[in-house]
Ligand binder design. Structure first.
Ligand code: OAD
Length: 261
């Protein structure tokens, strides 16, 4: 039976307690309560006049490298000022309960790492990594001069080939990083439960993951205040924000672990 509110948390806790391998798949909604704007929210302020194709495509970067590099510099400052909310810490606590917990995230903000989660697959890359635009040679992050005011400055050049350096994130029209993608699809196809948090399920191929898990026999649980494209794949739906539902889930799991008295 489909359950559709936070009253479903004890049922989710029982499922997780019985699972050996659990995947938590997160999207932009996971970071909302930490104050990080989603991709579209981030096109505000001075950036409102640009369209996404100008700021998040290789063609846009090659046309205006300083502008695009500047936009990512601004986004890095927003992310560095943010603090992981209690939902992030709940996912770290979950690692002590679940034998194999993997986080697959579409987010580029690195908050799962900062909170202390051990196994995180970043499908769309990271704001804190860099590579050159031609050959994708890695470029050391500590050589990126980062000033908040410096939002219109040419990026550095690759030490190996001289090409301009770009953020190591997935832009529109690009393939996801191969090794991370293989690992994500593999664990999705063999997990016992997948908890999908804060994603609209609109961006492919990440949106496929809950369906991969469901078709392989896993229980899919959605945590999101609103219905999404993922909802049809879910056997249990918790309608609520990640910062409230995830800590409540870990508390319920601790109860379940203790067992009936
Ligand atoms: P979206 O912005 O498409 O969806 C955010 C989801 O979070 C929505 O379903 C909201 O209902 C939900 N949400 C909002 N607040 C929440 C909260 N407090 N707790 C839980 N959920 C909440 O974000 P994504 O599905 O992650 O791709 O898609 C974003 C992707 O689109 C990015 O990774 C980026 C962009 O194009 C690339 O860069 C390739």
């Amino acid at each position: 039976m489909l359950k559709t509110d936070e009253a479903a948390i004890p049922a989710v806790a029982r499922l997780i307690a019985a699972a050996r391998s659990v995947v938590v798949a997160t999207g932009a909604g996971m970071s909302r309560e930490s104050g990080i704007p989603t991709f579209r929210d981030a096109l505000t302020d001075v950036w409102a006049r640009y369209d996404p194709a100008a700021l998040a495509t290789e063609a846009g970067f090659r046309r205006h490298p300083a502008r695009v590099f500047g936009w990512y510099t601004w986004r890095r400052h927003v992310v560095r000022a943010a603090v992981p909310h209690p939902g992030y810490h709940a996912l770290v606590a979950l690692e002590r309960v679940v034998p194999e917990l993997t986080i697959i995230t579409q987010n580029v903000d690195g908050l799962h790492h900062r909170a202390g989660s051990a196994r995180v697959l970043e499908l769309h890359g990271s704001l804190e990594r860099f590579s050159c635009v031609d050959a994708r040679h890695p470029f050391p992050a500590d050589e990126i001069a980062d000033s908040e005011e410096d939002t219109d400055r040419a990026p550095p050049h690759c030490h190996r080939c001289g090409a301009p350096v770009r953020p190591d994130v997935v832009w529109f029209g690009e393939l996801l990083p191969a090794a991370v993608t293989t690992a994500a699809w593999d664990v999705a196809a063999r997990c016992d439960a997948m908890v999908v948090v804060g994603t609209s399920g609109l961006v492919w191929p990440a949106a496929q993951l809950p369906f991969v898990a469901r078709d392989a026999g896993a229980a899919v649980i959605e945590i999101n205040p609103a219905p999404t494209e993922v909802s049809p794949a879910a056997s249990i739906v918790c309608r609520g924000p990640a910062g409230r539902v995830l800590p409540a889930l870990v508390a319920a799991l601790t109860e379940t672990e203790r067992g009936p008295t």
